[in-house]
Ligand binder design. Structure first.
Ligand SMILES: Nc1nc2c(ncn2[C@@H]2O[C@H](COP(=O)(O)OP(=O)(O)OP(=O)(O)O)[C@@H](O)[C@H]2O)c(=O)[nH]1
Ligand SMILES: [Mg+2]
Length: 375
């Protein structure tokens, strides 16, 4: 039977937490069949006694747990909770949720249902039919939420996902949460860390599903929403974009050095009297060695190939890939020249390289040669 841990971070939630525990443990968890549901409250020694309330409940219910610690921001609280859920409670999945009833506990069952149907990552989405943001919100808060979300979707190339900043989500541990370096998420002291966690989870999950949620208004206390949080969220999105583009840029730089090496060595070999075919062959092969080496230790260093046998095997694959590029150029080059005339051969070459060879190479490198190791 799967074990799912709902993680609720709290700071001064005494007025909400006892009702939340009651609703989850006595109403919602019993509705969920064939899954062992647990609640883990991560409290940062709230001065209002939230921790004591949870402590009492944990003595009464064996599936309620309290994790206390120093206040170090929302992200840090989640990281502590996730580690505890994975390593101590041996969770198969975790759910992130707020204590203040903005996340209606009735949706926990929907998230779990999607997980049971095979999803690795389930997003409680406010921006799909059936979901909503509070009607009571002032127009500017609605606008900030809507635009921030749209900005993240566009910048992170995630058109099929509609809510990138939601705080209500389920994550499978195996293959997703256990692959994320939780200690080094960005902006761990703010809400913005959720976007980093979101992006990494989406990239790791084989199947991501959105389920609609109606996001409520805060029942107690005042809102902590601030300009700083907003700026931090935009910053995280931009940094994620840069990080994702970094590989493409490095790949281009390595490709260009390969081209230069090819050209220079061709002339050097010619000048020292090598026959033409040998000069071409050697200079091309050395450029391939260059590209393979630098892509391995730089562009794709996070998936670096090591060990003699593995390197030899991948180097042969790399040569075959390069031969494929040669083939593409030899087929589409002449074809293009026939179409537009020899005068424009440079245009044909540029077009074939930019739109066929580069995408082909990048695809082969990232999906075949330096693909993620099997999970
Ligand atoms: N442990 C811990 N929990 C926190 C911290 N900051 C916020 N929380 C909890 O995180 C959840 C979400 O925080 P909220 O303050 O409701 O943030 P919000 O929903 O974005 O904004 P509001 O409109 O103010 O409700 C709540 O359960 C809080 O108690 C923190 O520093 N440590
Ligand atoms: Mg809230």
């Amino acid at each position: 039977m799967s074990k799912i841990v709902v993680i609720i971070p709290t700071y001064n939630e005494a007025s909400n937490i006892s009702r939340m525990i009651d609703v989850l443990v006595n109403e919602e968890f019993p509705r969920i069949k064939n899954v062992e549901m647990h609640l883990l409250v991560v409290d940062d020694n709230s001065p209002d006694g939230t921790g004591d309330i949870v402590k009492k409940a944990s003595l009464k219910h064996k599936n309620v747990h309290l994790l206390s610690g120093q206040k170090a921001g929302l992200g840090m609280a989640y990281v502590r909770g996730m580690k505890h859920a994975m390593h101590e409670l041996k969770a198969d999945a975790t759910i992130e949720m707020d204590a203040d009833f903005q996340h209606n506990p009735k949706y926990v069952a929907d998230l779990v249902h999607a997980y049971s149907e095979g999803a690795d990552y389930v997003i409680g989405s406010r921006y799909i039919p059936g979901g909503s943001i509070p009607k009571e919100w002032a127009w500017h808060r609605k606008a900030v939420s809507y635009w921030g979300n749209l900005f993240a979707r566009v910048m992170l190339f995630l058109p099929s996902l509609h809510d990138t900043t939601t705080g209500f989500r389920l994550t499978r541990v195996k293959g997703v949460l256990d692959k994320i370096d939780l200690d080094h998420l960005m902006e761990l002291h703010r809400f913005a860390f959720k976007v980093d966690l979101f992006y990494q989870s989406v990239k790791l999950a084989k199947k991501t599903v959105e389920v609609p949620i109606e996001f409520g208004t805060r029942k107690e206390e005042t809102s902590k929403f601030s300009l700083k949080e907003m700026v931090a969220t935009y910053k995280v999105v931009l940094l994620l974009r840069l990080r994702a583009s970094e590989k493409l840029l490095k790949f281009a730089v390595v490709g260009f050095t390969g081209f230069l090496i090819n050209l220079v060595l061709l002339r050097v070999f010619r000048s020292i009297g090598f026959v033409e075919v040998l000069a071409w062959f050697l200079s091309t092969e050395l450029a391939i060695v260059n590209n393979f080496t630098f892509n391995n230790i730089w562009t794709f260093r996070d998936k670096k190939i090591s060990g003699l046998g593995e390197i030899a095997k991948k180097f042969i694959e790399f040569n075959i890939t390069s031969a494929g590029a040669l083939l593409i150029q030899s087929v589409f080059g002449p074809l293009g020249v026939r179409l537009v005339g020899e005068k424009y051969d440079f245009l044909v070459l540029g077009f074939v390289v930019a739109f066929l060879v580069l995408p082909y190479n990048y695809f082969m490198y990232s999906r075949v040669i330096w693909r993620n190791k099997k999970k």
